[in-house]
Design a protein around this ligand. Structure first.
Ligand SMILES: NC(=O)c1ccc[n+]([C@@H]2O[C@H](COP(=O)([O-])OP(=O)(O)OC[C@H]3O[C@@H](n4cnc5c(N)ncnc54)[C@H](O)[C@@H]3O)[C@@H](O)[C@H]2O)c1
Length: 328
């Protein structure tokens, strides 16, 4: 197996586990993977960079082009704020062109900027992987396998609730719905809720190409952080709350409460992966990246998935804003 050199740009919570990050970080996952050498870290904040470089004991620089020119990494993670992702990816592609860029979501804040970045990556033969984390979680993968195998029967309705902005966090929900149920044929927004950093959250009805519908509900982050989903199928029902930390599974069965009724009744049987669904997500993502570079295995979340999420978000926002003054 080749040993790939990796660099992380942005040593914050998700990049290097700074400031009490509760999830596994890119730097930690690279440093644990036997197919990778974590070779360098970059951050624009000198104090943060010094602290992270000390913990991981690797080269560091506040200038990512200088660091990449010196190290010539195979893989670069971009873990900086949302509004910097595509610009940093394009400048890497123009100068040092690694074999793969692993981007935090969202890949850009407009579909045009995302498409331009992906076209440049393709011209440089650089793969783009995107961290819509749930695609790398064994728990979310298992539910997808169960849906595909027909274990729950046909999907009948889905509801997801999110806050913190349509692009920042709503795209996680859009990507998960696409991952589990396939592509949408239309999106109909109906509500706008406050979101941070000029990224409002919008509610909408999403219709899948199969005809089945999902409702995406926006929630005000200032009240509480809500990211959850409820999915009703013919034979069963699946739900998660707290981002996926807690799961609920139900069977559609004869009601124990009402004679001659059927109800969705919660059951306890759960695979162990549902107990800690995010424990090793980034390690699993990097395992997928290593397999893609070594054996051309498909990426579990590629640049097209990242672009599709922001394309859909952009359509929802533009449609709502175009009609907000005249029709709502
Ligand atoms: N996939 C997920 O589940 C998930 C979870 C958390 C965060 N994220 C995403 O990761 C990104 C970072 O989030 P975070 O919570 O770690 O943020 P953070 O603020 O903790 O860290 C960002 C870091 O980037 C640095 N930075 C900013 N501009 C830079 C530049 N030009 N060059 C080098 N360093 C620069 C900052 O100094 C900071 O240390 C965001 O886009 C966020 O959406 C994704």
């Amino acid at each position: 197996m080749n040993l790939f050199k990796a660099i992380v740009i942005g040593c914050g919570r998700i990049g290097a586990g700074a400031a009490g990050g509760s999830m596994q970080s890119h730097a930690e996952a690279y440093s644990k993977h036997p197919g990778i050498t974590l070779s360098g870290l970059c951050d624009a904040d000198p104090g943060r960079l010094l602290e992270a470089a000390g913990r991981f004991k690797v080269k560091s620089d506040s200038d990512y082009i200088r660091l990449c020119t010196e190290i010539k990494p195979d893989i670069v993670s971009i873990c900086t704020p949302d509004n910097t992702h595509d610009e940093i990816a394009c400048s890497l592609l123009e100068s040092v062109s690694p074999r793969l860029i692993f981007m935090e979501k969202p890949v850009a804040l407009t579909a045009d900027a995302g498409a331009k970045m992906l076209a440049l990556a393709q011209s440089k033969k650089c793969l783009i992987a995107v961290n819509y984390t749930r695609r790398y979680s064994e728990a979310f993968q298992k539910v997808r396998d169960n849906i595909s195998a027909g274990l729950y029967g046909n999907p009948l309705q889905a509801t997801m609730t999110y806050g913190k902005g349509l692009f920042h966090n709503g795209t996680h929900a859009i990507d998960l719905l696409r991952y589990w149920f396939g592509d949408f044929s239309s999106e109909k927004p109906f509500e706008k809720i406050w979101g941070p950093a000029a990224d409002a959250s919008y509610s909408c009805v999403l219709t899948f190409q199969t005809g089945f519908k999902a409702v995406l509900r926006a929630f005000d982050e200032r009240v509480s952080t809500v990211f959850e989903g409820d999915y009703i199928f013919e034979k069963g029902r699946v739900g998660f709350t707290n981002g996926g930390a807690l799961w609920h599974f139900y069977d559609n069965t004869e009601s124990p409460y009402f004679r001659d009724y059927r109800n969705y009744i919660e059951k306890n049987t759960q695979a162990t992966c549902f107990a800690q669904p995010f424990e090793n997500c980034l390690y699993r993502a990097i395992d997928n990246i290593v397999a893609a570079l070594n054996t051309s295995a498909p990426l579990l979340c590629d640049g097209q998935d990242g672009l599709m999420a922001i394309r859909i978000a952009e359509r929802i926002r533009n449609d709502y804003e175009a009609h907000s003054s005249c029709c709502r």
